[in-house]
Design a binder for this molecule. Structure first.
Ligand SMILES: CC(C)(COP(=O)(O)OP(=O)(O)OC[C@H]1O[C@@H](n2cnc3c(N)ncnc32)[C@H](O)[C@@H]1OP(=O)(O)O)[C@@H](O)C(=O)NCCC(=O)NCCS
Length: 377
């Protein structure tokens, strides 16, 4: 069988009309625009209107992605919807999307917190490269606002609603998805969770009286996990693709907090302006965050045919997922032939990266000590 690759050929988004700005939040909780924007980089987020449902938002984004790919719903072999906020506990929201979009194929929902869409993209890639399917619609969608406590200033400032979709199609060109990593550390479950509403603690009056239907988060714990994971998972996956961070044209990180991205960029010794961010306008849209950033990066010209992209998401679980891919029809040359100047260069760059990493880790206690001493003065 000829080699099979999976490529993104279509993309689309749906953003609810209603905007919730930092100034609006100032009227709701004890916070300020200044605090939110300096600590997170977020200025506003969109919140569903009464006509928006998770399935309707996913369907609209999906239809837009199909139009860009130039195919119809009838051409689809599979639909995967990543979300933590489905229309109902049962049935799976992917089946509503399949029906509303007019497809006749299998459909399932995937739950991996904010990492969901990157998990789904990796899953779709396996269906395509294995030869089972040729065209898969991969959607990230979230009406996360329904699980947000708008009297809690530590979480309400972060999240927003959105949907974004991509069409993944088979290709015989050696590009598309080059490498991916999926990760999970369930020991961190309570860092980010909704206490009630599942089988452990079904909804009750006690739930409502104690706001246990809403997201609870250990912000500082998630922050540290996120910085560590973003930098290390991106590097591992980039190496796995036979590339180094220098080769990547654009990084698309989960849009949780600009400070997380800045710290990770510093750890990776990559200029922060190579990290695409639109979180100022949308906040953290959970499973929709990375695909929404990808769609906007393509739409506003930050990405072009042949560009190498590294995407990484992290979130509840705790989970993380990273994909390195090449857009369009560019050729992957680096490090793919065994004996070449490119391969020698790749190995040299990778070795120097590792030496710098080790030096950075060894010097970390000293830096921390000097930083603490400076703060005390
Ligand atoms: C939540 C988060 C923004 C908090 O920022 P932070 O700089 O760590 O702030 P801290 O939690 O240390 O709080 C600092 C102070 O600000 C206060 N504060 C917290 N939220 C505030 C708000 N919205 N407005 C004003 N003050 C606030 C705290 O009460 C604390 O006050 P104190 O010093 O008097 O106790 C940050 O930890 C974060 O982004 N974490 C990751 C969250 C995330 O990405 N979650 C989703 C993952 S998918």
């Amino acid at each position: 069988m000829a080699e099979r690759y999976a490529k993104i050929t279509g993309w689309g988004k749906y953003i609810p009309e209603r905007v919730l700005t930092n100034h609006d939040l100032e009227q709701m909780v004890d916070t300020s625009d200044e605090w939110i924007s300096t600590r997170t980089g977020i200025r506003e987020r969109h919140i569903r209107t009464k006509n928006d449902t998770t399935s309707s938002m996913a369907t609209t984004a999906g239809q837009r992605a199909l139009a860009v790919a130039g195919i119809t719903a009838a051409d689809l072999d599979l639909i995967i919807v990543a979300t933590s906020s489905p229309d109902y506990l049962l049935p799976s929201v992917a089946s509503q999307v399949q029906d509303q979009i007019g497809a006749r194929c299998g459909a399932f929902t995937l739950s991996a917190g904010c990492s969901g869409w990157v998990y789904a993209l990796t899953t779709a890639n396996q269906f395509i490269t294995s030869g089972m399917y040729n065209r898969v619609l991969v959607v990230g969608v979230e009406i996360i606002s329904f699980a947000v406590d708008y009297t809690d200033r530590t979480t309400s400032i972060l999240f927003g609603d959105a949907a974004a979709a991509t069409v993944l199609e088979v290709s015989d060109q050696p590009s598309g998805i080059l490498a991916s990593e999926l990760g999970s550390d369930g020991s961190g479950a309570l860092y980010l969770y909704v206490p009630d509403g599942g089988s452990v603690a079904p909804m009750s009056q006690h739930t409502i009286d104690n706001n246990r239907q809403f997201i609870r988060m250990n912000g500082a714990g998630v922050f540290k996990f996120a910085v560590r994971t973003l930098a290390s998972s991106l590097k591992r996956t980039i190496y796995q693709a036979g590339l180094t961070p220098d080769d990547i044209d654009l990084f698309i990180p989960h849009q949780a907090n600009a400070r997380i991205v800045e710290h990770a960029a510093r750890q990776m010794r990559v200029p922060v302006d190579k990290f695409y961010m639109n979180l100022d306008r949308y906040g953290n849209t959970s499973a929709a965050s990375v695909p929404l950033a990808l769609v906007e990066a393509i739409e506003d010209g930050h990405l072009k045919d042949g560009d190498l992209v590294a995407m990484c998401a992290f979130g509840a679980g705790l989970t993380w997922a990273t994909v390195v891919m090449q857009l369009g029809t560019g050729e992957i040359s680096l490090a793919h032939s065994l004996f070449s100047v490119e391969r020698a260069r790749y190995l040299a760059r990778r070795t120097s990266d590792m030496v710098l990493d080790s030096a950075q880790s060894a010097l970390l206690p000293l830096y921390t000590f000097l930083y603490e001493r400076r703060k005390k003065k």
